[in-house]
Design a protein around this ligand. Sequence first.
Ligand SMILES: NC(=O)c1ccc[n+]([C@@H]2O[C@H](COP(=O)([O-])OP(=O)(O)OC[C@H]3O[C@@H](n4cnc5c(N)ncnc54)[C@H](O)[C@@H]3O)[C@@H](O)[C@H]2O)c1
Length: 387
Amino acid sequence: MSTEPSSRTVPTTPDPESAPRFGVWLIGARGSVATTAVAGCAAVAAGLHPPTGMVTETTPFTDSGLPPLTSLVFGGHDTVDCPLPKRAEHLAAGGVLPHGLPAAVHAELAAADREIRPGGPLSGTDDDRTSDALVEAFAEDLTDFVRRHDLAGAVVVNVASTEPAPTDGSLPPSSLYAAAALRAGCPYVNFTPSTGLHHPDLAELAATAPVPHAGRDGKTGQTLLRSVLGPMFLQRALDVRAWSGTNLLGGGDGAALADPAAAAAKNAGKERVLADTLGSAPEGEVHIDDVPALGDWKTAWDHIAFDGFLGARMVLQTTWQGCDSALAAPLVLDLARLLLRARAVGLTGPRPELGFYFKDPDQGATSSLGEQYAALTDFASRLRGQE
Ligand SMILES: NC(=O)c1ccc[n+]([C@@H]2O[C@H](COP(=O)([O-])OP(=O)(O)OC[C@H]3O[C@@H](n4cnc5c(N)ncnc54)[C@H](O)[C@@H]3O)[C@@H](O)[C@H]2O)c1
């Protein structure tokens, strides 16, 4: 299997009468990443935009049996009620979505909006449901969605606000949704650093799940760069003395990460990539600053102090300026398609082959991006071979 970067394939249009359809259930369905994924899927499926940033639209995935974009039906949970078409207009005003796109895909946004159910627990209300009652209610929403649309399967993707790691042993919302996904027989993806299936009470369920799952925390910017540069320093036998990083971002993610406990969950993943690729954690920290004026745009600086031959002291500095939702949304679509296909061919449990997509991948994944890409393309072959 070649691991060369490859050209895009032309999307095929299935016969809408007979082709199976698949659900993508987004936790945090009214957020920036979710809205960009729904709008982007409709835009690419309609041929309005090329699938730039979608790895599953490249040659190694051509015959992997992935569900086409035209077959995906969206729904989800959220705790706010801003309609998706309105959310998309805000994103277009902020330059995240192209001008005119919300109008062009209004029907698809409105259809997804009708499939969003109230999440939980709902703060500021008298929502006193127990954890098990919430899991049951979420699972019922999912099975109802699958039944009403006569779907061949559905995948749950967590793109809700980052939550702090739990401190009292109780299941946080992300874990309730993850448990609900498994209860409803749906594959699960955790695109956030939140706990999800990584809770001790869910460890056995995660290990023995009869469906595939993958996580956690999408790797879209600073950590993506780190997973390329870390192995470079190691392979060139250069001695990294310190690696420091600062991020400025706004939007809902910036606001959520202004909470030090939520930021700690995010930064742990960024620092882990360095320890894993370099063999030990270098000196230096990562900081995240909430700058609301930046909206969905992020600037990330890294400062890497390293030694060369005979102790020569050198520095590499990088500046990453990214549109976070535009980086994340195509990966959400990739992961949804890969997990739906993995489920269809009978794969179960954690899928470290998808470590390419995550800051904190499942046990067994390598940490250098090149090796992760090779594992991903091998996985694409495996999906193909299991018709
Ligand atoms: N954009 C990226 O590049 C990137 C990369 C990695 C991870 N992520 C993660 O993706 C997530 C989403 O990012 P975003 O920019 O879309 O954030 P956002 O703030 O725009 O959206 C989050 C959504 O989650 C909803 N939500 C909060 N609590 C909920 C609950 N209990 N149940 C259901 N919904 C709930 C919010 O109402 C909101 O609509 C964040 O956790 C972020 O850290 C993003």
